[in-house]
Design a protein around this ligand. Structure first.
Ligand code: PPE
Length: 320
């Protein structure tokens, strides 16, 4: 069980065990919440959050797509997160901000229900295991189709949407695999239950584009940039299922997973059945960027600092 001392809940720092909601919380019944997954790394210059503002901007955008007005500004959430990490005495951690329709109104119109915001931080190791990160994972193409923009908003990181990922993940785990690869409504590759996907063939990197209904992953964008900076060609284009089997290399990116090689898909070895050269090069460069070891990408890191004296230690709610 994960546990740290404090959680930030509607503008206050509360003890872990006191961060509770009512059973009639709207978001619990209808999935009316939006969230983020962010990581803070221990760097030579202190704890630093990878692309913090990009994540908080996406949180705000996800909220707007579901007609939720966040009662805090991005800057207030940024400062609150810094203080939460410091107060919990953490050097590296996973960060989970969530905004959701709270208690007070039932029924499918959520507009009268209050918008509540919480932020939790906790140490979280390798999402797909140390072994997976090192040797690669085994994936299965899911029988579940990735949600499309005909019924939901794939680019939004909304709680209810994750039932799709949950079904795919359960199916893959019960079948003995580590992760699920979801196809889109056209039968083309979209992404995994919680990661974006890349293929490598003849040295060229390809990844499904936004039209495949993917989450616009922040690590996906980062790895595309790093790969191009290293001189690789990266194409955002349609990727077919058969290309997965024919690829020399396949790897996944995400905040929780970071960069993970895929060594097997539907019981076909990918390439030589072990992480390939391009994957290794990118994994090393990406981990250097995350951990603040790369001068070139230092601007992606938001150094965790104590709130300035007289500054806003505990953000006020924008609307009472
Ligand atoms: N697709 C999905 C569906 C997804 O949930 C994630 C993040 C990504 C792609 C990669 O996005 P980004 O982190 O911005 O590069 N998945 C989060 C949830 C993990 C969880 O178990 O919860 C994460 O990695 O934090």
């Amino acid at each position: 069980m994960i546990e740290t001392d404090l959680i930030w809940h509607n503008g206050e720092f509360v003890a872990w065990e006191d961060a509770k909601v009512h059973v009639l919380t709207h978001g619990l019944h209808y999935g009316t919440g939006v969230f983020e997954g962010i990581r803070c790394y221990e760097t030579a210059r202190g704890p630093a959050i990878f692309r913090h503002l990009d994540h908080l901007d996406r949180l705000e955008r996800s909220a707007k797509l579901y007609y939720m007005e966040l009662p805090y500004t991005v800057e207030q959430l940024r400062v609150a997160t810094h203080e939460l990490i410091l107060r919990n005495g953490l050097n590296s951690c996973y960060i989970r901000p969530i905004a959701y329709r709270g208690y007070g109104h039932m029924g499918l119109n959520p507009l009268e229900a209050p918008v509540e915001v919480s932020i939790a931080v906790w140490p979280w190791g390798n999402y797909l295991g140390d072994e997976g990160t090192r040797d690669g994972i085994r994936a299965k193409v899911s029988s579940w189709e990735r949600i499309s923009s005909r019924s939901l908003i794939p680019q939004a990181k909304a709680s209810g949407q994750y039932l799709n990922s949950v079904l795919a993940k359960i199916e893959s785990v019960k079948a003995g695999y580590d992760e699920a690869i979801l196809l889109d409504e056209r039968g083309l590759v979209a992404e995994c239950s919680g990661e974006n996907l890349f293929t490598v063939r003849d040295g060229v990197i390809a990844t499904p584009s936004q039209s495949a209904g993917i989450l616009d992953g922040i690590n996906r964008r980062s790895v595309i940039q790093i790969a191009r900076d290293l001189g690789y060609t990266v194409l955002e284009r349609d990727v077919t299922r058969s290309e997965l089997y024919l690829a020399d290399e396949v790897f996944l990116t995400g905040t929780a997973a970071e960069l993970v090689p895929v060594r097997e898909i539907d019981d076909h070895g990918v390439g030589a059945g072990e992480p390939g050269e391009v994957t290794r090069v990118l994994q090393r460069a990406f981990l250097d960027a995350l951990n603040g070891r790369s001068e070139r990408y230092l601007e992606w890191l938001d150094l965790v600092v104590a709130p300035a004296v007289g500054g806003q230690a505990v953000p006020e709610r924008a609307s009472a």
